[in-house]
Write a protein of this length. Structure first.
Length: 159
């Protein structure tokens, strides 16, 4: 039964029987160049400065499953890259709703955050990113949601 469900999930995602092996056991040497994503170079440059200067970097996720998962992956990566001053923030779904919000930005300012890295949010948070700038906090947006015609005023928007 589980095998049939799994096969249906793969099929629903357009993964043919011929491509399943490559999908389930990827060759990590044969991946797309991440620098083809918009603003990736700007994001990496800003993260390198933060690492060098031991700035406080806060991962700002969303409370849903992809936001929590992405936050965990990024925090683990930062640890493996030797970032020493890293924090995270996941909004309260009842108080804050989805995405960035001013309450969260205020909390991060009080915690001494220098750089926010959003995961799974931020593409539509123009006001909140400008609000963070008022505290001297830079923002890098990483998201997968639809973006507005006008990008937020972030250091980088990787979407």
């Amino acid at each position: 039964m589980v095998e049939r469900i799994f096969e249906q999930i793969l099929e629903n995602r357009g993964i043919s029987k011929e491509n399943r092996e490559a999908f389930l056991k990827p060759d990590y040497d044969n991946q797309h160049d991440p620098f083809l994503l918009p603003d990736m170079e700007k994001a990496v440059e800003r993260l390198l400065v933060a690492h060098k200067n031991q700035e406080k970097v806060t991962v700002y996720g969303d409370y849903d499953v992809d936001g929590v998962s992405a936050s965990t992956v990024i925090l683990t990566a930062f640890e493996s890259f030797g970032f020493k001053n890293v924090d995270y923030f996941l909004p309260d779904r009842f108080k804050d709703g989805y995405g960035m919000n001013e309450r969260g930005v205020k909390i991060l300012a009080e915690r001494g955050t220098n750089l926010i890295l959003t995961v799974d949010c931020g593409s539509l948070n123009h006001t909140e990113i400008d609000f963070a700038k008022g505290f001297g906090i830079d923002t890098i947006v990483t998201d997968h949601h639809n973006i507005a015609e006008v990008q937020p005023n972030a250091v980088a928007v990787v979407n």
